[in-house]
Design a protein around this ligand. Structure first.
Ligand code: NOJ
Length: 520
């Protein structure tokens, strides 16, 4: 595979480190835990790991409030552990993508500690300070975005928690310090980055009021015109890309806050970021026409610009697909969306545990850890649900830890775990692994065009993936709970998913059934 590009052709697997595997018994997953499961990940067939933050953090936002961007929180290990993880991952052909949170730091970060102490210090201007509350800007997690500090008799701005002050990217020293963080990790052989809310790095220089609109929460009752998406971002993205290009095969995917097609066009491309997440797809309901809409929007962007699409079904902020789509413990619907994820034209992102169909945990109010959950329960129960520990086996705490897990393990773990599913050829684990293998066996699934197929059958989504000199793949997905039958496109077809029925004459689909056929 000479023309293989890992971030285009491969599958990226997101790990939320504190929930993956604990080797110390402190109830939190750690870097060594990830290293110890690399063989599992290599066997699953993934090409890269995106690691959610493992940097020192006071845990106001569970890792997304960082107090040192170039170190490892001692609860998760050491820099030596990190280096070992990179070495061992690379040995298996697995790339490492880090989560870079450069919009804000923790309020415990030494930069902020210095900055907040008084108005006359070397970092006085490293955050966004103002004598009054200058505008109506709101915090995403609730409340005003400006917090008073008596030592300075001033307010600072935080788009998220008050423990997450936004840095002042307009200050050249800050800019340089952030670029140094990127370089630090590149030098440590990191292959790419996921950029947390990168498009809000810059805010309006005059700090103007956001116009109002209708909405539920205060944050949603404004148009976010001035607290993000400023023109200064473009040269920054270009510089970041130049830095990445100094190293071979590096990659950056951006988490675009309030993503729109226009923003994706503005921030991605050959001189800017490589990729942007597709949240319309990720948040879609279980309806073929809604998924298709999200896919076609991306196809259009890709066609116009050459930006490579990507697809995910969940992440550490979003309920898992099985929680949203499945009927009870049945995996038919989860398999269907997994088949779609892994056969579309775009990089698939898997969130850890999706391969075994993990479901969210539900917590009582007094068990909630996540700040928005604490604040808005029961309307918003927070994001703890999708962050519960990985279910490895049927032993206590699902083999995740010998201690007390930081979040409860799902009660279904005795049945739903990696060990049990490895022994069951019909499990979603085997299904996922098979699809990942098929992607490598049929290059059309990686790089081929996406061509919608009109079936005329309600509830069925069908498409072909075509690539010159390679076998065409036909995919049909029945989103209904009833059996369906559709026409096959012209030609002779081989069932490459169910090898028991290689030559297919009719496209029969079981309820929530999947057909994946290769043209002879
Ligand atoms: C987006 C991250 O995905 C989320 O988990 C975090 O709370 C916010 N950014 C703030 O960093």
């Amino acid at each position: 595979m000479t023309d293989y590009i890992w971030w285009r052709d491969g599958v990226i697997y997101q790990i939320y480190p504190r929930s993956f595997a604990d080797t110390t018994g402190n109830g939190l997953g750690d870097l060594r835990g990830i290293t110890s499961h690399l063989n599992y990940l290599a066997d699953l067939g993934i090409d890269a790991i995106w690691l959610s933050p493992f940097y020192p953090t006071p845990d106001a936002d569970f890792g997304y409030d960082i107090s040192d961007h170039t170190a490892v929180d001692e609860r998760f290990g050491t820099l030596d552990d990190f280096d070992e993880l990179v070495t061992e991952a690379h040995r298996r052909g697995i790339r490492i993508v880090l989560d870079l949170v450069l919009n804000h730091t923790s309020d415990q970060h030494p930069w902020f500690q210095t900055s907040r102490a008084n108005r006359d210090n070397p970092k006085t201007d490293w955050y966004i300070w103002h004598d009054t509350k200058p505008n109506n800007w709101q915090s995403v997690f609730g409340g005003k975005a400006w917090t008073y500090v008596p030592e300075r008799d001033q307010y600072y701005y935080h788009m998220f928690l008050q423990e997450q002050p936004d840095v002042n990217w307009r200050n050249p020293d800050v800019y340089q310090a952030q670029m140094d963080v990127v370089r630090f990790w590149l030098e440590r052989r990191v292959d790419g980055f996921r950029l947390d809310v990168f498009n809000v790095y810059f805010k309006d220089e005059q700090l103007r009021e956001n116009p109002r609109k209708m909405g539920r929460r205060a944050f949603e009752r404004q148009h976010h015109i001035y607290d993000g998406d400023q023109p200064e971002l473009i040269p920054l993205l270009e510089e970041l890309r130049t830095l990445l290009n100094e190293y071979p095969e590096r990659y950056a995917v951006g988490e675009t806050f309030f993503a729109t097609s226009q923003k994706i066009l503005d921030y991605n491309g050959p001189n800017k970021l490589h990729a942007a997440f597709n949240f319309d797809f990720l948040w879609s309901r279980y309806k073929p026409e809604l998924f298709l809409n999200a896919i076609e929007n991306w196809e259009k962007i890709a066609e116009e610009t050459g930006i490579w699409p990507n697809y995910a079904l969940s992440n550490h902020d979003v309920p898992r697909p099985a929680t949203r789509y499945a009927n009870g413990e049945d995996d038919a619907r989860t398999k269907l969306v997994m088949a779609m994820l892994l056969t579309l034209r775009g990089t698939p992102f898997l969130y850890f545990g999706e391969e075994i169909g993990m479901r969210d945990i539900s917590l009582r109010r007094n068990e909630i850890m996540d700040p928005p959950g604490k604040k808005y329960w029961p309307f918003n129960k927070g994001r703890d649900g999708c962050r519960s520990p990985m279910q490895w086996d049927a032993s206590s705490h699902a083999g995740f830890t010998d201690g007390k897990p930081w979040l409860p393990v799902h009660s279904n773990y005795a049945q739903r775990n990696v060990a049990a599913q490895s022994d069951d050829p019909n499990s979603i684990f085997h299904f996922t692994r098979k699809l990942i293998t098929l992607r490598t066996e049929y290059p059309a699934l990686q790089r081929g065009n996406f061509v919608k197929v009109k079936t005329g059958v309600d509830g069925v989504l069908a498409y072909q993936r075509t690539l010159k000199n390679e076998r065409t793949i036909f995919v049909a997905l029945n989103f209904t709970d009833k059996g369906k039958e559709t026409l096959l496109p012209e030609g002779e077809w081989e069932d490459v998913l169910h090898l028991s029925s290689p030559r297919v004459i009719k496209c029969k689909l079981a309820p929530n059934g999947i057909r994946l056929l290769a043209k002879y």
